[in-house]
Ligand binder design. Structure first.
Ligand code: AQP
Length: 335
């Protein structure tokens, strides 16, 4: 299939921490399977990250590490456009226009806003409230056909579709209305310490997550400490979220089917389960970690990728942005 015939996919991760095995399984590992069949843009969404206070130097480092990790995990920078959101001013410019096509009532209904404002009560800023509009701009700027989304982002994508349709109804077909892309393997990985909650890179308790850069002994230790329950024997059920989570992780990192993974562990003791799961994670992450460390040393290479991909993203974004600006009545630029 030629590049022109391929559908466009957009996705991103916030550089709010070192990415976890949850981000890896739920996002990056799936992305690597898409890169041949789609035109993909994978962004480090640093503008979204500042809706929660960040240390500036750390945010910069994490954003660079995130793009480096994309490459280390197998995303080819020659095939995919991988860039910083803040390097493409079109995201903010289109977000402003789309803000004027989004209703307060719609944003008020967003579950993530309710959750994040409960968690960050002393900093309920307007950016947190309009976050879904910036996300709509991220997607619509590139005429995205498909957006890989986890369950938690479905509501935001629905809103992006609503905004695109509303705009198109007034001005004609300016935006492609994006569809969700549901990955074949899409387990939601839960916290190791509170297995009813999603594993998060900004969790204050590092024992709740496995970071992609955790050393093997740390990974084994964290899995050994993972919360299960007072039973001793493995069964796979919703009533045992900690045990279920470990089997899900195993299945995802080894690409062994969930049925076969369950068969492997059912009836075994928790000690054996944890040992095998820990070792499987170490095995999966080893080559990624080695490539990451090598790439980090190659500053010029990473700089060149960031520059080149940022320029391509800018070029594509500007095409859509100019169209939207013209439609709403902004004066055309004189060249
Ligand atoms: N636990 C998870 N299991 C499966 N997929 C996950 N994703 C995140 N956590 C899990 C997927 O990773 C992508 C990027 O997520 P994000 O960084 O934009 O925001 P998030 O979902 O809020 O991730 P975190 O780690 O929980 O970040 P913080 O702590 O900053 O809020 C998405 O595709 C998401 O589905």
């Amino acid at each position: 299939m030629s590049a022109e015939q391929k559908k466009i996919i957009f996705s991103g991760i916030q550089p709010t921490g070192v990415i976890t095995i949850g981000n890896y399984i739920g996002a990056i590992k799936n992305w690597t399977k898409l890169q041949d069949d789609y035109n993909c843009l994978f962004c480090a969404v640093d503008m979204h990250s500042i809706t929660v206070r960040q240390d500036p130097a750390l945010l910069r480092k994490r954003a660079r590490d995130l793009l480096t990790m994309y490459i280390a995990a197998g995303l080819d920078p020659e095939k995919n456009i991988m860039y910083y959101q803040s390097h493409v001013s079109g995201h903010a410019e289109l977000a402003w226009i789309l803000n004027c096509f989004t209703y307060m009532g719609e944003l008020n209904r967003m579950t993530q806003f309710k959750e994040k404002s409960a968690k960050h009560g002393s900093n309920i800023n307007a950016g947190l409230f309009t976050y879904p509009v910036l996300m709509a701009a991220d997607i619509l700027l590139y005429q995205t056909d498909l957006v890989p989304v986890g369950h938690d982002q479905k509501q935001h994508l629905e809103l992006a579709r609503e905004i695109a349709t509303r705009f198109n109804n007034v001005y004609g077909d300016v935006f492609t209305v994006p569809e969700p892309y549901i990955a074949k393997v899409g387990a939601k990985i839960m916290s190791l310490q509170e297995p009813t909650k999603k594993m998060s890179k900004s969790d204050e308790n590092p024992n709740g997550y496995i970071s992609l850069m955790d050393e093997p002994n740390v990974i084994i230790k964290k899995i050994k400490r993972a919360v299960t329950d007072s039973d001793r024997e493995v069964t796979y059920s919703e009533s045992k979220p900690g045990v279920k989570n470990l089997i899900d992780i195993y299945s995802c990192v080894t690409s062994e089917s969930i049925e076969s993974s369950i068969d492997r562990f059912v009836g075994k003791g928790y000690g054996e389960l944890k040992q095998v799961v820990g070792e499987a994670i170490v095995e999966e992450l080893k080559p990624v970690q080695e490539r990451f460390k090598d790439l980090q040393k190659n500053k010029d290479y990473i700089d060149s990728i960031i520059k080149k991909n940022g320029e391509t993203a800018n070029y594509l974004a500007t095409k859509t942005l100019r169209k939207a600006q013209k439609k709403v009545g902004f004066p055309v630029r004189i060249r």
